[in-house]
Design a protein around this ligand. Structure first.
Ligand code: SF4
Length: 210
């Protein structure tokens, strides 16, 4: 795990690699500063969809968006009355989408794993504005390390959180299972923002999410 310092040469490489790939890239020392930036970035009255993200809650971002009363928020916890498939469709057509990532590679790539794939689908071909908010614990060297992180760091606690019947929920490591409950049905390696979309990476110097 990186304990990144804004003066660190590795931070410069990370930032410049994501900018070269076409991403907007911001870095904040605290969640509070990142939240202020995100609130200033999204125009009032816009709709926002969310990927299932512990980071968005842990950082305080979700509460700040609710408290602002400035947005139409499409989140499972906020809209329990909307049937799941309908909510995913609304999220997919929202103005903005906020998610985290399973791995932020020094090479400028994002790695994400998904079971239903609503999150990775929205990140690729949904709302035209996407915010990826993540802690420094998500930084890895390269794509292979990112895949390893998704399987052995992110998925086990996520399976436990989602009450999935998978081996890693018990053992804490990936056994490349074929369980119907696996949350590793698709792995997305994203090299660039997809055509027509603006992606804002918001890196926070804290450990957040899985
Ligand atoms: S493939 Fe199965 S065991 Fe491996 S991380 Fe995914 S859900 Fe867990």
């Amino acid at each position: 795990m990186y304990n990144i310092n804004i003066m660190d040469a590795k931070f410069d490489i990370l930032k410049s690699n994501f900018i070269k790939r076409g991403y907007n890239f911001s870095y904040f020392n605290t969640s509070a500063e990142a939240i202020q930036y995100i609130l200033s970035l999204i125009p009032k009255n816009k709709s926002i969809g969310f990927g299932g993200s512990v980071t968005v809650k842990e950082s305080g971002l979700l509460d700040a968006l609710i408290d602002s009363q400035n947005y139409k928020l499409l989140h499972r916890d906020i809209c329990p009355e909307i049937p799941q498939e309908e909510l995913y469709s609304l999220m997919h057509n929202a103005d903005w989408y906020i998610a985290s990532t399973n791995a932020l590679c020094m090479t400028g790539d994002l790695v994400n794993i998904d079971g239903r794939a609503n999150r990775v689908a929205a990140m690729l071909n949904g709302p035209k504005n996407v915010i990826i908010v993540c802690g420094v614990n998500k930084i890895v060297n390269d794509i292979q390390a990112g895949i390893d992180r998704t399987r052995n760091v992110a998925s086990p606690p996520n399976c436990r959180r989602l009450n999935k019947k998978t081996p890693c929920a018990v053992t804490g490591v990936c056994s490349y299972c074929n369980s119907p409950d696996t949350i590793c049905k698709a792995t997305l390696i994203q090299h660039h923002p997809t055509t027509g979309s603006s992606v804002y990476i918001v890196l926070i110097n804290q450990n957040l999410g899985y």
